[in-house]
Design a protein around this ligand. Structure first.
Ligand SMILES: Cc1ncc(C[n+]2csc(CCOP(=O)(O)OP(=O)(O)O)c2C)c(N)n1
Length: 344
């Protein structure tokens, strides 16, 4: 096991969250967790096809960043590990589940599946199967946002673009090219590296010359911060600062969130390469338990309220499965629909 990085210090009370915000963050993380636990069950029951990559353990990153954005306006761009980003962006659980089942009622009309969730309505620019593929897409979205305001005079164009990707993506050329352009043009862009220490079976330190990814931002003159990716309040605080910077026209930020996936790379991965010692270490940092403990300790909520949220979310997830199961398959007559943008 590689020596764990020392987490940056963060005082939770400095986030000054209200009960309402605390419960909103808790609910969103529980939705991500329970939704994906159900995905695993459905995958092994043969309801989903192809690869399915779960996000269990990393929920504080999606929730901390996306719930700080303006829902349905700002952009969210993901990878093949995209279910929870879609849920945090507001895509209804039933539409995400139906997409995983390949049904016509899915958010990508059953054409995308697990790795290609998309929703224009929710600002979700897509899940992408190629490593680092979303980085130029999100950077382009940030460029058009700025271009509309500054060149076309649309003052209402102040959208911020966020892009989530893994540590493995940071050794890809697109990452460096986009960082350069984003700083050069001061784009309203937030790059969120979810450093979960592994790229399938490749340990980050074995493949990377400077393992502290946030430092690479500094080479471009970009703000780069590291954050405890298992602490939703720390992530939210870093995200709010980055969003403010982006909207003020002061350019992009790179946030490196130190996190961990609780399951194998995909549901087809027996997860034999990571040591038990390492996994046990990270299980104790479960972001949902951490937030629950904080909310109770601060007397913001009672255990019973959290339990009721858990039950409500479980019902939402169960309903999503019912919806997906009873939804129709895409019709062969529609094979050529949605190929061009003007097709509705
Ligand atoms: C361009 C490209 N090369 C290789 C792959 C095969 N591949 C799929 S996932 C993955 C690991 C990526 O790891 P990371 O970026 O750290 O993200 P994580 O899976 O940890 O979320 C690789 C190499 C791919 N999908 N795309």
């Amino acid at each position: 096991m590689v020596q764990e990085r020392t987490l940056p210090a963060f005082e939770a009370t400095s986030a000054k969250i209200s009960k309402e915000v605390g419960l909103m963050l808790y609910e969103d993380m529980v939705l991500g967790r329970l939704f994906e636990d159900k995905c695993a069950e459905m995958y092994y029951r043969g309801k989903m096809f192809g690869f399915v990559h779960l996000y269990n353990g990393q929920e504080a990153v999606a929730t901390g960043v996306i719930k700080a954005l303006r829902p349905g306006k700002d952009y969210v761009c993901s990878t093949y590990r995209d279910h929870v980003h879609a849920l945090s962006a507001g895509v209804p659980a039933r539409q995400v589940m139906a997409e995983l089942f390949g049904k016509a009622t899915g958010c990508s009309k059953g054409r995308g599946g697990s790795m290609h969730l998309f929703s224009a309505e929710h600002g979700l620019l897509g899940g992408y199967a190629f490593v680092a593929e979303g980085i130029p897409v999100a950077t382009g979205a940030a460029f058009q946002s700025k271009y509309r305001r500054e060149v076309m005079g649309d003052q209402s164009s102040d959208l911020v673009s966020t892009c989530f990707f893994g540590d493995g993506a940071c050794n890809n050329g697109q990452f460096f090219e986009c960082l350069n352009m984003a700083v050069l043009w001061k784009l309203p862009m937030i790059y969120v590296v979810e450093n979960n220490k592994w790229a399938i079976g490749m340990a980050h330190e074995r493949a990377t010359s400077v393992p502290e990814i946030y430092k690479k931002a500094h080479a471009f003159g970009m703000a780069g911060v590291e954050v405890d990716g298992m602490d939703v309040l720390a992530v939210r605080t870093a995200a709010l600062e980055a969003i403010e910077r982006a909207r003020a026209g002061e350019g992009p930020t790179l946030i490196e969130a130190l996190t961990y996936r609780f399951r194998g790379h995909s549901l087809a991965d027996p997860d034999e390469l990571r040591s038990k010692e390492e996994k046990d270490f990270w299980f104790t940092r479960d972001p949902i338990k951490k937030l629950a403990a904080y909310l109770i300790e601060q007397n913001l909520v009672e255990q019973q309220e959290l339990k009721e949220i858990d039950q409500k979310i479980q019902a939402t997830v169960d309903e999503a499965v019912e919806f997906a199961l009873s939804s129709p398959e895409p019709s062969p007559d529609d094979l050529y629909r949605y190929v061009f943008a003007e097709d509705e």
